[in-house]
Structures are given as structure tokens and as C-alpha cells.
Design a binder for this molecule. Structure first.
Ligand code: UTP
Length: 273
């Protein structure tokens, strides 16, 4: 039903400098796997086979990662190291990858609009690969959201409760709970000050968007930090009651921050040993 997943991956990743000076943030590994590969696995598990990646300058290694490496594969063929590539190889076989470039970093909303050429006129998923999500108890976060989409057929954002001290790092929603953990959104604010925040329900890097979002983004004016914000476009959709917020099952690591990255690394290492 939703077959395409968009990965906005053009950001500079300034919080990870100097590591991200010549290397995409999305290629930073948690243990031995790059962040974006975890995202692609989550999308595939949710039934999306077409990965649409918005890249920028210096992001070539993302394309190379999801491609065959003839020289390397030839070198290790028949050795015990061949098994290390099995997982990525089967992922490449199971998905298709298409790319477009965001020439100017004008914000997440603009990056999503740049991806329109890869998406067309259908509902689609969005994964921000630096938000690494897991659910050890069951379905992945995107799969949970697609289940909800099948019932409501409108845009859905994943949310989690954050401490009030941290609301200024997120898009924050205000809504009416219509079923357990599902809110109909009537207000959204990008990075509000603590005392102005309508709630502590923060939008994280998983979205299902209906394609009318592109027309809205085309006329969305730059907001906070002079960037075109997806929050502003979603607020427009929310005015007609077409945005839900979903408190997902599982855990999110903010791997765009050093603390979240180290936490994810430790937890994933524990899981593997
Ligand atoms: P962030 O706010 O985390 O920005 O973007 P960033 O540049 O990646 O990282 P910092 O804050 O400088 O450390 C959220 C997501 O939106 C994408 C990023 O790649 C990331 O996945 N993005 C952001 C774009 O693709 N283009 C943009 O213009 C802005």
C-alpha cells in the first residue's frame, strides 16, 4: 500500500563535526552497520521496497554502500569473510534505490519537497536515519504507522514524550486522543520555548505523508532558522483534521547527538553479545 520510503539525508550533521566533514552523518556506524542501513531495514520490514534518498554534496558513499562492490567481493569470495556482506547483499536485492540531490540546505521541508520527483502522487513514508528506532517486542515503528495508515488514510507523525526542558529541540504537537496513543493533531509548533510549548509530545523522525504535502510545501515560507519546516506544512494539513500523531511502541535513539549515538552503540553492542 505504501511502497516508497523517502530518506532526507542532505543535512550537514554539524553536531558530529569533525567526523562529518567529509563523511555523511547517515554513514556513521552503530557497531558495524551504518545508520541509514538500519533505516532501510526498518522500511523494508514495513513493506516499502523503493528507497528514495535525498542526498547532497559529499554523500556519494551512501550510493556506494547500496551498490555492489565488485573488487571487494571478488577479493573475499570463497573466504570466511564473505559472510560479512551477506546481510547488505540481500538488502540490495530486496529493494530499489533512487537518488536526487538537494543543492541548497533549506531545511527538512525543502528536502522532502526535493524528493517529490522520486515519489510522485502517492502516500509515502519518511525516515530520518539519525533517529534510530527499535522495537524488541514486535513490529518496527514504521510498520506500526503503516498499520494505522490503513485505517485512517491521512498523514501520521510518530511522537514520544520528552522532558519539558527539551521541547525546544523538536516539533511539538497538540491534539485530541482519539484512540489509545493516537491523537488528532490541531496544533504544531517547531522548537517552542518551554513556557510556550503546547505539550511535551515531540515529533520524531518517522512520518507517513499524503502527497498533497508537496503542494503545501511549495508555498510554505521559511520559518524557524530561515528553513522550510515540515512542521509548518503539516500544520496546514492538520487544519482540515488530516494529521494524526502516534505514540509508537519501542525505543528511539537520537543518533544525531553524541549522547544518543553513544547510548545506541552501547545498547546494540549488548544486544549482539
Ligand atoms: P537535522 O536537524 O538533524 O540537521 O536534520 P543536520 O544538518 O542533519 O544535523 P546538525 O543539526 O547540523 O547536526 C534532520 C534531518 O533532515 C535532513 C538531515 O539530513 C536529517 O536527516 N535535512 C535537514 C536535509 O536533508 N536537508 C536539510 O536542508 C536539512
Amino acid at each position: 500500500m505504501i511502497s516508497k520510503c523517502l530518506f532526507p539525508a542532505a543535512g550537514y550533521g554539524t553536531r558530529f563535526l569533525p567526523a562529518t566533514k567529509a563523511m555523511p552523518k547517515e554513514m556513521l556506524p552503530i557497531v558495524n552497520k551504518p545508520l541509514i542501513q538500519y533505516g532501510v531495514e526498518e522500511a523494508l520490514e514495513a513493506g516499502c521496497q523503493m528507497m528514495a534518498i535525498v542526498t547532497g554534496r559529499g554523500k556519494r558513499s551512501i550510493e556506494d554502500h547500496f551498490d555492489i562492490s565488485y573488487e571487494l567481493e571478488h577479493q573475499i569470495k570463497g573466504t570466511d569473510k564473505e559472510s560479512y556482506l551477506r546481510e547488505i547483499r540481500s538488502l540490495i536485492n530486496a529493494c530499489s534505490f533512487s537518488y536526487t540531490r538537494q543543492n541548497e540546505m533549506r531545511g527538512l521541508g525543502h528536502a522532502i519537497l526535493t524528493g517529490e520527483i522520486l515519489i510522485g502522487k502517492e502516500a509515502f513514508a519518511v525516515i530520518l536515519a539519525d533517529d534510530l528506532c527499535t522495537n524488541l517486542q514486535g513490529k518496527g515503528v514504521l510498520a506500526q504507522m503503516i498499520d494505522l495508515y490503513k485505517k485512517y488514510h491521512c498523514s501520521i507523525v510518530a511522537i514520544e514524550e520528552v522532558p519539558m526542558e527539551e521541547v525546544d529541540k523538536y516539533g511539538i504537537i497538540e491534539g485530541e486522543e482519539i484512540q489509545e496513543g493516537v491523537y488528532r493533531v490541531f496544533n504544531m509548533v517547531e522548537k517552542p520555548l518551554k513556557y510556550e510549548s503546547p505539550s511535551n509530545l515531540a515529533v520524531i523522525g518517522r512520518y507517513i505523508l499524503t502527497p498533497d504535502i508537496f503542494d503545501i510545501l511549495r508555498v510554505t515560507k521559511p520559518g524557524k532558522k530561515g528553513e522550510i519546516q515540515i512542521t509548518d506544512a503539516l500544520l496546514e494539513q492538520a487544519k482540515s483534521g488530516h494529521v494524526l500523531a502516534y505514540k509508537f511502541q519501542g525505543r528511539r535513539y537520537d543518533c544525531g547527538s553524541i549522547d544518543g549515538f553513544v547510548k545506541a552503540t552501547n545498547d546494540f553492542y549488548q544486544l549482539l553479545h
